[in-house]
Write a protein that binds this ligand. Structure first.
Ligand code: HSE
Length: 433
């Protein structure tokens, strides 16, 4: 059985973790892979003095890895969209297998990359791109392969979850974000975490593997956590809900919902209890029901755990000579169907609304009548006398599930009432039934 040679491109947080774990657990990993896995070349823009490369050749040109005839597997850990795409396509053209942690590249260029890989009969593995150390791609593509997936919903950005958790304890947004960056959780551009782009990358990938649709990142609705206030977070709690930043994909007859946004979830649902940098994905399958996968969604060795699992998969295939054990998106290419991604107006959700109203007789009746006009049923309503300031008082309403178009129309009508001040705050809510 031949050794498998790995070339690592990128020695940042995940690259360093991968190198260290491969070295520390070399014997155990060899036992699992059925062959020795050796790092035979490393390339990175910067050398890291804290990583002992020994005799392993190091260069600053990542293409040295791709062009090295001894490298069997290129591990792409440079991140970003275009440079990574070019590197991976070059590796595929050289007939090399690829392991990547790059969700941005897969979500945006994955269709092209998988096509190229299929032609060259090489593996492109991307477990580490989604939810850090959680083997969610393996779970969807293999463990749940018998199921028609109804929906999946996940906390898929560790930085965002860390920030929301700390905000619940009253801490300041900027301070917590800085802490997440120092811990190596955040993206190179932390706006990707805060604005939901990173979560949308991951949701796009999971949805394709779960529903057998092409990758369609550009059609995912993306809303971040930047406008959430401690006020709404604590009032949601008073109603029995916790605010989580979720990626949700749901199959409906009309098409597929694909959306990332802050969401109220029932406090007693298992996903509400997932705090800090932890990620969690709930998958609802027709045979199995709801299953949840949780664990560290970011961090050096946690993500390395997924990178190395993919390297081991590749090594098993290389050494036993059967490439591509599992199709790239878990479906045979001929079975991938281009379902319509629904516009946000057509998604269905429950809603938390906060209306800043003047404290006058009849205001509640007007708000309730607008909701009723649009066929929106109220689940709970809350108004506290203690929150009356300058003649204005917040009215908080939780609705039953409706179409987003209905709530948008109702909100527009409420905002035009002389009794309502400013914009109505709206956060989507899910009961997971
Ligand atoms: N920035 C990402 C996160 C890293 O916070 O989840 C893992 O993809």
């Amino acid at each position: 059985m031949k050794d498998v040679n790995v070339g690592i491109c990128g020695l940042g947080t995940v690259g360093g973790g991968t190198f260290n774990v491969l070295e520390r657990n070399a014997k155990l990993i060899a036992g699992r892979a059925g062959c020795r896995i050796q790092v035979s070349r490393v390339a990175s823009r910067r050398h890291r003095s804290d990583i002992q490369l020994g005799n392993i050749p190091f260069s600053t040109d990542i293409y040295d890895v791709v062009q090295d005839p001894d490298v069997d597997v290129v591990v792409e850990l440079i991140g970003g969209y275009d440079a990574a795409r070019e590197l991976v396509l070059a590796a595929i053209a050289e007939g090399k297998h690829v392991v990547t942690a790059n969700k941005a590249m897969i979500a945006v260029h994955g269709n092209e990359i998988f096509e190229a890989a299929k032609e060259k009969n090489v593996i492109v593995a991307y477990e580490a791109g989604v939810a850090g150390g959680i083997p969610i791609i393996k779970s969807i593509r293999e463990g749940l392969a018998a199921n028609r997936v109804n929906w999946l919903a996940g906390i898929i950005n560790g930085t965002g979850n860390y920030i929301l958790t700390e905000m619940r304890a009253g801490r300041d947004f900027e301070e917590v974000l800085k802490e997440a960056q120092d811990l190596g959780y955040a993206e190179a551009d932390p706006t990707f975490d805060v604005e939901g782009v990173d979560a949308a990358h991951k949701l796009t990938i999971m949805a394709s593997a779960a529903f057998g649709v092409p990758l369609q990142f550009e059609r995912a609705y993306t809303e971040g956590i930047g406008s959430l206030t401690p006020y709404d977070i604590s009032h949601a709690e008073a109603l029995g809900y916790r605010v989580k930043h979720l990626g949700i994909a749901r199959a409906r007859e009309e098409g597929l919902e694909l959306r990332v946004h802050p969401t109220l979830v029932p406090v007693n649902h298992m996903i509400a209890k997932v705090d800090g940098v932890l990620n969690a994905i709930v998958v609802d399958g027709d045979a199995v029901g709801q299953t949840m996968y949780t664990g560290p969604g970011a961090g050096d060795e946690a993500t390395a755990s997924a990178v190395i699992a993919d390297i081991i998969d590749v090594a098993r295939s290389v050494s036993c000579g059967s490439n591509q054990r599992v199709p790239y998106l878990g479906f045979d290419t001929d079975s991938i169907v281009d379902h319509q991604i629904l516009p946000m107006d057509e998604i269905r959700s429950a809603y938390y609304l906060r209306i800043q109203a003047y404290d006058r007789p009849g205001v509640l009746a007007k708000v309730a009548s607008i909701l009723s006009e649009h066929g929106i049923n109220i689940e709970s309503i809350m108004q506290k006398e203690s929150e009356l300031h300058d003649g204005r008082i917040p009215v908080i309403i939780l609705t039953h599930t409706v179409q987003e178009r209905q709530i948008n129309q109702a909100i527009a009508q409420m905002e035009s009432l002389p009794d309502v001040e400013g914009k109505v705050v709206r956060i989507r809510a899910e009961n997971f039934v």
